[in-house]
Design a protein around this ligand. Structure first.
Ligand code: ZN
Length: 231
């Protein structure tokens, strides 16, 4: 049975109340991206960056998975082939919705990373400057989040999955952030059918065979029903 590779972005978590850096209002609107989502920003003002991610961690901790998350978990459970979810999101709503196979290419809010020795551990609810790494004791703990200018995680594994994809879906992504925006071309090269599911067409919408427009909680469950009905 065809392997399905799904890329998800902020649009799938929006209806769970988690805003993105493109939204007006909310957490991101109070900060500049270069201050809170770059390694240089962290070097300049680690307290500000920890404060920002502490707030995002708290917000994500209070969010519930929505019908789009649970529909993808159902697809993973019921599709006879492999279903891989690659997400740009740093929340854990796919897992909370029952998904078992999720690749977090931009890290997670639940993780802490030592900038000195690359040791990883579960982040406390509140991270703070000067907190020692449990492995090397250096006071260089940072959120385990991939910032702008940093290489996303698990790229080799993701490209391997794309090379085997029979179906590729991009859900709730802007199509503006690379390398994720180029995944569709990898999938096309592999001969996959491609579909975009989005509130409005992304800048790369014309690359896809099919575009389904609407709120994720409506169009994702419908798409999953169609796929499972088709087999
Ligand atoms: Zn360390």
């Amino acid at each position: 049975m065809e392997k399905i590779v799904i890329l998800t972005g902020a649009g799938i978590s929006a209806e769970s109340g988690l805003g993105t850096f493109r939204d007006e209002g909310g957490l991101w609107a109070q900060h500049r991206i270069e201050d809170v989502a770059t390694p240089e920003g962290f070097a300049r003002n680690p307290a500000l960056v920890h404060g920002f991610y502490n707030a995002r961690r708290m917000q994500a901790g209070g969010a519930d998975p929505n019908a789009a998350h649970t529909a993808l978990a159902r697809l993973q459970r019921d599709w006879p082939g492999e279903v891989v979810i690659v997400t740009q999101n740093v929340d854990n709503l796919h897992e909370a919705g029952g998904a078992t196979r999720v690749i977090h290419m931009h890290g997670t809010l639940s993780g802490a990373l030592c900038a000195s020795c690359e040791h990883r551990w579960t982040a406390p609810a509140e991270m703070s400057v000067g907190e020692p790494c449990p492995a090397c004791r250096a006071a260089t703990a940072r959120p385990d989040i991939v910032w702008f200018g940093e290489m996303p995680y698990h790229m080799d594994q993701i490209y391997d999955h794309l090379a085997q994809a029979g179906i590729f879906a991009a859900i709730g992504t802007s199509g503006q952030v690379y390398p994720a925006a180029a995944f569709v071309h990898e999938a096309i090269a592999a001969g996959a059918q491609t579909v975009e599911l989005n509130l409005e067409p992304s800048v790369g919408a014309s690359s896809f065979d099919q575009t389904l427009l609407g709120p994720a909680t409506q169009i994702v469950p419908r798409w999953v029903d169609d796929l499972l009905g088709r087999r």
